[in-house]
Write a protein that binds this ligand. Structure first.
Ligand code: SF4
Length: 375
């Protein structure tokens, strides 16, 4: 705890706030996207926007795995959970995410679907061992941070011949999402969203390293700073981004040196590469189809691929028209631009995924910012 407090020290935060104000030039604006929902919550929880000068704006990115999962994939998980022989093992934050037809995993569970909450992939394996007469399907979502766990579970199931375990794989890739944002019409053509630089996610980068971001820095001339999640990490990273922009540099810098290297975790990357492979297309909520942005189970492990075992197919579904999650995820709108924010849509009655997840921008605004925004 004392170690964490060192990254939350008020006096150091005040000094960093002064430094940001001194570094930010009065003759320009700085639009900095925090890719990760963990950063969005840190930014609001610690009141960082109130410490920034008016010309430094944080833009919220799509780095919330629950938020970007398309409704059609959630519907598939609900269908799976409804089968008599299936136990669906899901991380807890997926349960309240609204699916189509006002459905959710939580509602499916109340109708007798067997949905169990897990904290780790290992718990899903344990469920399969403890329930040999059932098919246990792990509902796997997340960015690169959680992917190695899934890959390891599949490999362990294969090694131990655990025939009643499979994975419904929805893992997605951070670099593809960043590229999709930079290629989006709102950023590239229409100028609706300005992104001058990125705060890169630190947890993801402990696995993939900082090297994969070098492409954006070079090709799109956008600086990236890999930032830790504590408030002083975020503020120090803002200083680093502002300095790069002032000096006309577009490089990848690593603020989170206590956890991230340039090459990442080679062992975890090799494990993922052995078990999972790129999908040619994957649909994201908010970003649409993004080529080579998702992972699926490799043929060698097809016996553990729930999409193959249960012959699952994605059906197109309509989004709730009132919900602006897709625009919020792309950074085009703020949660407070949504007409039903904080009235019809609240954490107790979420209409969209961005209000459910701990990493969602709407949940962050509701918890920490709604009074400030409406004052
Ligand atoms: S406030 Fe609710 S309905 Fe509006 S964009 Fe956010 S999650 Fe969707």
């Amino acid at each position: 705890m004392r170690y964490i407090q060192g990254f939350r020290d008020g006096r150091t935060a005040a000094a960093l706030a002064r430094l940001i104000r001194r570094e930010a030039r009065a003759d320009r604006n700085y639009h900095l996207m925090e890719f990760c929902g963990g950063h969005t919550h840190s930014v609001f929880r610690h009141g960082i926007p109130d410490l920034l000068p008016d010309n430094v704006e944080m833009v919220h990115g799509p780095g919330c795995p629950v938020c970007v999962l398309p409704v059609a994939r959630l519907d598939m998980a609900i269908d799976l959970a409804g089968r008599d022989d299936v136990i669906l093992a899901s991380y807890g934050d997926m349960l309240r995410v609204p699916a189509s037809r006002r459905n959710s995993l939580l509602k499916a569970r109340s109708r007798d679907s067997d949905v169990r909450i897990i904290q780790s992939a290992r718990e899903a394996l344990d469920l399969a061992r403890d329930n040999p007469d059932k098919q246990v399907v792990m509902f796997a979502i997340g960015f690169e941070t959680t992917t190695p766990q899934t890959a390891l579970a599949i490999r362990q199931a294969a090694d131990s011949g655990l025939g009643n375990f499979s994975v419904f794989c929805n893992h997605v890739l951070t670099p593809s999402a960043i590229q999709s944002i930079l290629d989006s019409p709102e950023v590239r053509d229409l100028g609706q969203v300005r992104v001058d630089g990125f705060l890169g996610p630190s947890h993801v980068s402990t696995i993939i390293g900082s090297a994969p971001y070098e492409f954006f820095a070079a090709e799109y001339q956008r600086p990236v700073v890999i930032a830790g999640f504590e408030p002083l990490d975020v503020m120090a990273s803002i200083v680093m981004l502002i300095r790069q922009l002032n000096e006309g540099r577009a490089e990848v810098e690593n603020q989170f040196t206590r956890g991230v290297t340039r090459t990442g975790n080679e062992k975890a990357k090799a494990l993922v590469a052995d078990v999972l492979e790129l999908r040619p297309e994957f649909s994201w909520r908010g970003l649409g189809q993004v080529p080579y942005s998702g992972l699926r189970v490799k043929k060698a492990y097809a016996a553990f691929d729930a999409e193959k075992r249960f012959e699952l197919n994605e059906r197109p579904v309509r989004e709730n028209k009132a919900c602006q999650c897709p625009a919020v995820i792309r950074g085009v709108k703020k949660p407070t631009d949504c007409e039903i924010f904080g009235t019809v849509c609240t954490p107790r009655n979420p209409i969209g995924s961005c209000m459910v997840s701990d990493e969602g921008a709407c949940a962050a605004y509701y918890r920490y910012r709604r009074y400030a925004e409406t004052a």
